[in-house]
Design a protein around this ligand. Structure first.
Ligand SMILES: Nc1ncnc2c1ncn2[C@@H]1O[C@H](COP(=O)(O)OP(=O)(O)OP(=O)(O)O)[C@@H](O)[C@H]1O
Length: 488
């Protein structure tokens, strides 16, 4: 069953119905669902779908010719193979499609270019000369992010400026991801998303008919299953020096977030080298460099600033529980690892991804105009604040603090402070007071709203406070997971 991807399909449809030739580049990390989305898009349209292989240029041209000459085009009557790529690409204009667009999809386009570096310039000449004015749509698809971003779309590339649309596919959001296990409880949906993230290939490995625990055991921890070896496979495919990347990712998974911490922990010990390696992981969509929501452009440009987080939930899980227990799992002790390592920590492990789910929920509220104001930026806030400390001389001290969600309006006169709790007890009134205290010094200058998100509800005192305060909004797990915007 095909799930989600409405935005991607709407983008492709809008290009399909536009006049003039369309040259589209669609790319994204491996397993993100590019091929499946393209198949869904073209399933009710006349089209040619060519998947490039890693092979010589001659073989590629031969396979491409066979594919095109299977269509009812004039060339099939007098040749059995195209002599050149120029001739082959030109034949797109002959594809029979009635009055619809002639649609050619080239999947794994980087393989084609690897076999023949001249392909982009052949395509560019033909595009300028003929194709751009024809009723054609050519989609170039690829997963090699560095090739697409640094070469194909770079200024020096012949195809630069020709593409009429460029779309980078990213992982599914929480709301689409949980459609892979519709019968799970809300709590298990959050935990399953915390384990697998939004990559459809990973989500698909879970059997929605069996429990979350059984799925983790059978489909991640058991040697031989797809997800057991996926991380290794992906790193080997995309990067050289996998041992170094392994130690860097493990360092981040263990909670090291700053460049020098990661450098020391992974024993790379050279921050500029570490920074280069991390950049590659960011490009692959495995790691993200985060800044406090109020960080300026100067801070963001400084390579030593920012904190690193694993954005890919599955990688985070894999390094925390598979990599860390590799010998036991290799020996087949799945139940032992699950019982002693995964089960006791799983709930706590989900609390960080839960914050991300709540941010996605806030974004939904904004899209539905269900927030008290429109925010211009939203994210985690980190900074210094004054906290109560009875042991200090004046009863207070300055401490580093974090706010899970801070949304700020364009005028910076409205602030929404969100706190997320994924735990087995209700959000308490004193935790609410702690939240209020975090940004207290600036409060007089702006309007503050509080939104609290809790897995296990709220204590009576907060519920009463919220009933008398329209600037305090409470959201339960079922509100957040359903994504409904009419509850505020
Ligand atoms: N929207 C979706 N709904 C359901 N299953 C999906 C969806 N997208 C992808 N999948 C499944 O996830 C797996 C990976 O998808 P796909 O092959 O399209 O990814 P890709 O980005 O083309 O990967 P690669 O670059 O590694 O070839 C496939 O088994 C596919 O069936």
């Amino acid at each position: 069953m095909f799930i989600g991807r409405e935005k991607e399909l709407a983008f492709l449809e809008s290009k399909y119905s536009a006049e003039n030739g369309q040259l589209i580049v669609l790319y994204g990390r491996r397993r993100v669902g590019k091929t499946e989305t393209l198949r869904q898009f073209c399933k009710d349209k006349p089209h040619v779908f060519f998947a490039c292989r890693e092979c010589t240029d001659k073989l590629q041209l031969k396979s491409f010719s066979e594919k095109m000459l299977r269509e009812d085009i004039p060339a099939k009557r007098y040749i059995s193979q195209f002599e050149s790529w120029e001739q082959a690409f030109r034949s797109v204009t002959d594809l029979p499609s009635g009055d619809r667009k002639k649609l050619l999809i080239i999947d794994e386009f980087p393989y084609m270019c690897r076999g023949n570096a001249g392909i982009p310039s052949i395509l560019q000449n033909l595009w300028d000369e003929v194709l751009k004015d024809e009723n054609v749509m050519i989609i170039l698809c690829g997963s090699s992010m560095s090739f697409i971003e640094k070469e194909l779309l770079a200024e020096k590339n012949p195809l630069y400026g020709r593409a009429t649309g460029v779309y980078k596919m990213t992982e599914m959001d929480f709301y689409d991801a949980v459609k892979f296990f519709p019968d799970y409880s809300d709590r298990d949906k959050v935990i399953a998303y915390s384990v697998l993230g939004g990559i459809p290939h990973y989500l698909k490995q879970f059997d929605p008919k069996i429990s979350l625990s059984e799925n983790i055991k059978q489909n991640i921890l058991t040697k031989g299953c797809v997800l057991y070896s996926e991380v290794d496979f992906l790193l080997r495919q995309e990067l050289r020096e996998t041992p170094i990347y392994n130690s860097l990712i493990e360092a981040i998974a263990l909670g090291n977030t700053k460049l020098n911490e990661i450098s020391q922990k992974s024993l790379v010990d050279d921050t500029s080298k570490t920074s280069t390696y991390l950049r590659n992981l960011v490009q692959l969509g495995i790691v993200a460099r985060e800044f406090s929501v109020d960080a300026g452009t100067k801070e963001r440009a400084n390579t030593n600033r920012g904190t690193y987080k694993l954005t890919d939930n599955f990688f985070r899980f894999w390094y925390a529980f598979v990599f860390a227990n590799y010998s036991e799992l290799e020996a087949g002790d799945v139940d032992g690892v699950f019982h002693y390592s995964v089960e006791p920590q799983l709930h706590q492990f989900a609390s960080l991804p839960f914050e991300n789910v709540c941010r996605q929920f806030v974004r939904k509220l904004q899209q539905a105009n269900a927030l008290p104001f429109r925010y211009a930026s939203m994210g985690r806030w980190t900074g210094k604040t004054t906290v109560r400390d009875t042991s200090a001389d004046n009863g207070t001290r300055i401490a580093e603090t974090e706010i899970d969600i801070l949304a700020v309006s364009q005028s910076r006169r409205e602030y929404l402070v969100g706190e997320c709790k994924f735990k087995n007890k209700p959000f308490s009134y004193s935790e609410y007071l702690d939240t209020i205290a975090k940004l207290s010094p600036q409060k007089e200058k702006a309007d503050f709203y509080y939104e609290l998100f809790s897995e296990s509800g709220f204590d009576e005192k907060i519920i009463e406070a919220a009933s008398n305060n329209e600037r305090l909004l409470l959201y339960n797990l079922s509100d957040i997971v359903s994504g409904r915007s009419d509850i505020a």
